[in-house]
Write a protein that binds this ligand. Structure first.
Ligand code: NI
Length: 171
């Protein structure tokens, strides 16, 4: 396994659409494992392939608490097949927007269909933090960041802060 470089917004790769995985093969499994290692190291609870510069429909999630055993979820070609009418607002962050948090309103329950690491089709119904995380990560596969759900004013404020942060990191 190896750690991958996480792209920081604003970055054109984070705004691009991804392609479905043709087959969940060893390369895809390796990508999933590397993404999980990178996510745990960060640390974070979700990571999508575009965040490591790979324009494929692959994401990983683990919302288990620190005092609980890990519960890694690996998804290829995830597709939301149902969203609840009930909405909920949660504070969201993103490994591509370090130290930035904002309230995002989304459906509070979701049903998602995907291929697991063995290529088997799975359906998962989720609520709470997992439901939020699934929607956030699937957004990444369409080039959507959590700040895209905010007003232009708030979004631009955060993106300007990130651009400054990147300049400081580079200096
Ligand atoms: Ni994110």
């Amino acid at each position: 396994m190896s750690l991958l470089n996480i792209l920081i917004a604003p970055d054109p790769t984070l705004k691009q659409k991804t392609k479905p995985v043709v087959e969940v093969d060893d390369d895809v499994r390796q990508l999933m494992d590397d993404m999980l290692e990178t996510m745990y190291e960060a640390p974070g609870i979700g990571l999508a392939a575009p965040q490591v510069g790979v324009l494929k429909q692959v994401l990983v999630i683990d919302v288990a608490r620190q005092d609980e055993p890990p519960e890694p979820i690996r998804m290829a070609n995830p597709e939301i097949v149902w969203l609840s009418d009930t909405l909920v607002s949660n504070s969201e962050g993103c490994l591509s927007l370090p130290e930035q948090y904002a309230e995002v309103t989304r459906p509070d329950r979701v049903k998602v269909r995907y291929l697991d690491e063995t290529g088997t089709r799975q359906t998962l119904e989720a609520d709470g933090l997992l439901a939020t995380c699934i929607q956030h990560e699937i957004d990444h596969l369409s080039g959507i960041l959590f700040v895209d759900h905010l007003s232009a004013l708030k979004r631009n404020m955060i993106l300007r802060r990130m651009a400054k942060w990147k300049r400081q990191q580079a200096a």
